[in-house]
Design a binder for this molecule. Structure first.
Ligand SMILES: NC(=O)c1ccc[n+]([C@@H]2O[C@H](COP(=O)([O-])OP(=O)(O)OC[C@H]3O[C@@H](n4cnc5c(N)ncnc54)[C@H](OP(=O)(O)O)[C@@H]3O)[C@@H](O)[C@H]2O)c1
Length: 300
């Protein structure tokens, strides 16, 4: 992962691509004005054919056969592992919201998805910004009426590899926790009501084996502690949401096996999306409250 220096929030408009009407429900000052163009023929193109006029109360009584038609939200979807997860979920037929700190970066990323583009909508999201999180949750509720899958992928790694707990700058620790823990927590709180309304949900917290207490060693203290705290959050959310059909799990993405491109333009991905995507598409009797790598439980 290459997070250093990348933590600064970037601006961006609220338009979306991939078949969603531009400027549909959020004004420049962030106030949601409610859905427009709903019920007109053009609205059928919303996020890959989404029935934008569906209200949550109706959705809750309309069970879907997964994964087609489900709505997935992927944070940090503009690059790295997040973009791979967006691609994989769209390939399975889901309507995917590619959340990106920078809308421009999200737009560039979505163009890489070829024929899947029409299943993907780009929305601005900075998980450290409560207004940005609230805006996206409102948009999901009003325009799509649901959010079935949340992949908390966005994270930062702000310290040097040789950073030590005895000396690390606590401001770096605070900023790391602000994104990796509180941002993940904030967004999960915002999305849980949408999942509860449908009595269905899959929350995937992309953590790291570096957070495992069983093998905890020196180095990268802020990052390790932030992901360890995310793992604790996973356990609590899993317990609180189990009765609503919502499965919550942590994972460590295994090293990439996927390569693309050619010998002149090789594309190597930093980590594999296989386990996060597996957790995002678990059947109703799938596990919850676990920590996985390569689809197998690992030590907390
Ligand atoms: N790569 C690995 O080997 C590995 C191993 C174990 C775990 N992981 C975990 O896997 C996930 C993805 O890793 P990666 O290597 O793909 O990371 P990456 O390439 O560095 O991408 C991180 C993503 O998070 C976004 N982000 C950072 N702060 C954000 C914020 N405040 N709000 C919204 N988005 C924010 C970044 O947006 P910008 O583009 O705007 O910066 C970027 O899209 C992370 O949770 C990481 O901890 C990765």
């Amino acid at each position: 992962m290459h997070h250093r220096g990348g933590e600064a929030a970037r601006g961006g408009d609220e338009s979306a691509v991939g078949g969603v009407e531009h400027g549909d429900c959020v004004t420049a000052d962030g106030a949601d004005t409610g859905p427009r163009n709903i019920g007109v023929p053009g609205a059928q193109r919303n996020t890959a054919g989404c029935a934008a006029s569906v209200r949550p109360s109706l959705v809750a009584r309309s069970p879907l056969e997964p994964p087609e038609g489900r709505v997935a939200l992927v944070t940090g979807g503009n690059r790295g592992l997040g973009l791979q997860i967006v691609r994989a979920l769209a390939e399975q037929g889901m309507r995917v919201v590619l959340a990106s700190r920078s809308v421009e970066s999200g737009r560039v990323a979505v163009e890489l998805l070829g024929h899947l583009t029409n299943r993907v909508a780009v929305r601005q999201l900075d998980i450290t910004d409560p207004a940005s999180v609230a805006r996206l949750a409102v948009w999901l509720g009003r325009r799509l009426g649901r959010c079935d899958v949340l992949v908390n992928n966005a994270a930062v790694l702000l310290e040097e590899d040789d950073a030590m707990a005895t000396t690390v700058n606590l401001d770096v620790v605070r900023r790391t926790l602000e994104t990796n823990l509180l941002g993940t927590w904030r967004l999960s709180q915002a999305i849980a009501p949408l999942m509860r309304a449908c009595r269905y949900g899959r929350i995937v917290n992309v953590s790291s084996g570096l957070a495992s207490l069983a093998s905890m060693r020196r180095g990268l203290p802020a990052y390790r502690i932030s992901k360890g705290a995310v793992n604790s959050l996973t356990r609590m959310l899993a317990d609180e949401l189990a009765a609503d059909g919502i499965l919550v799990n942590s994972c460590c993405p295994e090293p990439a096996r996927v390569e693309a491109g050619d010998r002149y333009h090789p594309v190597r991905f930093s980590a594999s999306a296989d386990t996060p995507v597996w957790l995002a598409t678990l059947p109703d009797d799938g596990p919850t409250g676990g920590f996985y790598r390569e689809r197998r439980p690992i030590d907390w």
